[in-house]
Design a protein around this ligand. Structure first.
Ligand code: NIG
Length: 394
């Protein structure tokens, strides 16, 4: 197996508690793993060597919330929103129609193209959801296509009740045959627990059916108003509750308290989606309040054609710093190790969101001397090189 020494790293964010932030550093990768991290002056020679010329490097972005399997365009809906119309989940039905009508090849080309776009901006580990098929066959084909291009697939049959369907009949389908059809292809099950989508009891039913099959749980909650999503996610031990735009004090306490267990087990991550908050003209989620209370926060793009049509994690990081009160280090951690925690992929052999021996070889080199430039130079494309699972992909 070829080992590659990546040296000349002016500033290295490792996200590892012991290694911390290193200067004049080097990383050795071999196959799909990081095998050595330390001062460049102490690095042993390897078969291959890349000098990044004093630039900053960090773990690749972990984008823990996307919806990449879709067809169709919602530019008109976006324009109407910018002219004052409120965002509602109704636009999802438009994408469902287009997705059902699309050929596998077209859906595949969209997912492949968006993943390539994300990787070229430093994203190295992605989750994506089904949720625009909403029939047994369409959800299954969306999961199958997604699984070819991303590391983590989530079943979101409970996205909305398809127009014309009866809610209880549809839930029978989701928790029964649909879940059975997708289960071999997915690790996670998600529910949109929100006014206009599914209430707490309906959401709980789907999540319990998923848990019985041994699948991990995620919840879309508290996106458009306060609601039961956070309480439900924490009570059922979901890995993440996503959006968290409108939170009561109890919600914040519940998210923080979910990490207080004595068995060292993981709590529920609050995954914030700032590009979505902006694109839907909602307030930005209370990131500072969550961190100050002791909650674990992740940042993700929520790339989808309706509420957040961007794959840019750098945009999310810059927004979190410039408008949500996070430090650069907090925002970068949330978009890397925080996302990894939300996917329970942050520990052990092949951990992501961290650079240390044994971690997955996911490295993002910036055309800048410091990660601070991500917020200092917002909107500027700073990605210079990307290794994803040991392979140079940009
Ligand atoms: O996370 N909130 C529900 N689902 C997506 C939006 C999907 C859409 O509008 O197409 C979200 O924002």
């Amino acid at each position: 197996m070829t080992a590659t020494l990546i040296t000349g790293i002016g500033e290295l964010t490792t996200n590892d508690d012991e290694l911390g932030r290193l200067h004049d550093a080097a990383v050795v990768i071999e196959g799909e793993r990081v095998v050595w991290v330390g001062p460049a002056a102490r690095a042993a020679p390897t078969d291959a060597r890349v000098d990044v010329g004093g630039r900053a490097a960090l773990p690749g972005w972990v984008d823990s919330h996307t919806h990449l399997v879709f067809a169709g365009d919602r530019t008109a809906e976006f324009e109407a929103r910018m002219a004052g119309q409120a965002y509602s989940a109704g636009g999802i039905a438009h994408t469902v129609d287009a997705t059902r009508a699309a050929a596998d090849a077209d859906l595949t080309a969209t997912v492949r193209g968006l993943v390539r776009e994300a990787v070229s901006q430093g994203t190295t580990y992605l989750e994506t959801k089904t949720g625009y098929g909403l029939t047994v066959d369409d959800e299954a084909r969306c999961a199958r296509i997604a699984a070819k291009y991303v590391e983590e697939v989530t079943f979101l049959g409970a996205h909305i009740v398809p127009p014309g369907a009866d809610a209880e009949d549809y839930l029978d389908l989701v928790a029964g045959p649909m879940l059975a059809a997708v289960a071999p292809m997915v690790r996670w099950v998600d529910v949109f627990c929100e006014k206009g989508a599914f209430d707490a009891a309906q959401s709980e039913r789907v999540l319990r059916a998923a848990a019985e099959r041994g699948l991990g749980l995620r919840v879309h909650g508290n996106q458009l108003c306060e609601g039961p999503g956070v309480e439900l996610a924490v009570r059922l031990g979901a890995a993440s509750v996503d959006h968290c735009t409108y939170l009561s004090d109890n919600d914040v306490d519940a998210l923080a308290g979910s990490w207080d267990g004595d068995g060292g087990s993981d709590g529920t991550v609050a995954t914030l989606l700032p590009a979505c908050d902006l694109s839907t003209r909602q307030p930005l989620a209370p990131a500072r309040r969550l961190l100050d209370a002791g909650a674990v926060v992740a940042l993700a793009s929520n790339a989808n054609p309706g509420s957040s049509y961007t794959t840019s994690m750098a945009f999310c990081v810059a927004t979190a710093v410039l408008q949500q009160g996070l430090s650069v280090d907090e925002a970068v951690w949330a978009a890397t190790r925080g996302g990894a925690k939300a996917l329970r992929a942050d520990a052990g052999d092949g951990a992501v969101g961290v650079i240390r021996p044994g971690a997955r070889a996911d490295l993002h080199v910036l055309d800048a001397p410091s990660v601070t430039h991500l917020a200092y130079r917002p909107g500027v494309p700073l990605t210079c090189a990307v290794w994803r699972n040991g392979a140079r992909e940009y």
